[in-house]
Write a protein that binds this ligand. Structure first.
Ligand code: CMP
Length: 141
């Protein structure tokens, strides 16, 4: 999937605030096609493995508590230059620093509750997609 697919997860607070539809609408509007999607409530242990790269950092416990607090929406989305374009669309990690019109600026509340995660490179997109989806859950249409 290198190059044209990335992985995204709508985070708990955005789900709780009823922003799933608003976020999906933006993702579709800019031309991403949804190849896989499901609502998932991670356990603390799963959240810990998902964010393995951050284990030991000061925000790791908070982040994994938050990500396992309520359901999230995981998805694989496709478009040319997917990883980079999607990171532009979601904006800076901190919603206060994100550009106007980005998903995190519109729907993020804090550094931890920043509305959505997007993979930061093709390799992680592949790893994160596989974490949540088996091949038979990914669709061409
Ligand atoms: P995300 O793209 O999901 O990747 C790691 C997450 O850690 C990040 O978004 C933030 O929600 C969260 N986080 C919390 N504190 C920090 C921090 N100081 N620096 C980077 N990420 C942080």
């Amino acid at each position: 999937m290198a190059g044209n697919r990335t992985f995204a997860i709508v985070k708990p607070m955005a789900v709780r605030n009823n922003n799933i539809g608003n976020i999906l609408s933006i993702i579709n509007q800019v031309g991403f096609r949804i190849r896989a999607m499901r609502m998932v409530r991670m356990s603390k242990e799963e959240a810990g493995r998902f964010y393995e790269a951050h284990r030991g950092k000061p925000f790791y416990e908070n982040l994994t508590d938050f990500m396992s607090s309520t359901p999230t929406v995981a998805m694989i989305i496709e478009k040319e230059n997917a990883v980079e374009d999607f990171r532009q669309l979601i904006g800076a990690t901190d919603p206060d620093k994100a550009e106007d019109g980005t998903i995190r600026k519109l729907f993020g509340i804090s550094l931890t509750a920043n509305a959505i995660h997007g993979s930061d490179c093709d390799e992680n997109a592949e790893r994160e997609a596989k974490f949540f989806f088996s091949p038979d859950q990914i669709f061409e249409y």
